[in-house]
Design a protein around this ligand. Structure first.
Ligand SMILES: [Zn+2]
Length: 139
């Protein structure tokens, strides 16, 4: 099994542009940024996806992402807005299977595309969808 690139970075065995580190998370620059200043917030403990991340890990990721977002706006890098995204699973576009939250500086004309087939869904179908999710939450 190949070593996890994020675990290698966290262990200091691989170089990265670290912008923040605390007891729970490390935040680094993405080596292939969507825009300049694109940061990844990564829990120190290896976990693949959201199912393994407890509330404390989630809070630590959120706290760092909020701080980094504010810092990006104040950094002098181009940043009129920030988009957060987290891909949980290959079907969602996850490419490194160590949980990470993307913090992407945004500005008009930045070339970032968030594409989907935004189809309107009927009230009845929305109610059915909501019922399925509520049932799953209650389990
Ligand atoms: Zn890892």
């Amino acid at each position: 099994m190949r070593a996890c690139v994020f675990c290698e970075i966290i262990a200091g065995r691989k170089a990265a542009g670290v912008v923040h580190a605390d007891d729970s998370v490390v935040a680094i620059l993405d080596h292939k940024p969507a825009t300049v200043g694109h940061v990844l917030v990564i829990p120190r403990v290896h976990m693949t996806g959201l199912a393994e991340a407890d509330d404390a890990v989630g809070a630590a990721i959120w706290r760092a992402a909020r701080r980094v977002s504010g810092a990006l706006r104040a950094s002098g890098l181009r940043c009129d807005g920030v988009r957060l995204s987290l891909a949980d699973g290959e079907a969602a576009g996850q490419d490194v299977f160590h949980l990470h939250l993307h913090v992407v500086p945004r500005y008009p004309g930045d070339g970032v595309v968030v594409a989907a087939d935004w189809k309107k869904r009927s009230r009845d179908l929305l109610d059915e969808d909501a019922a399925l999710i509520r049932e799953a939450l209650a389990r």
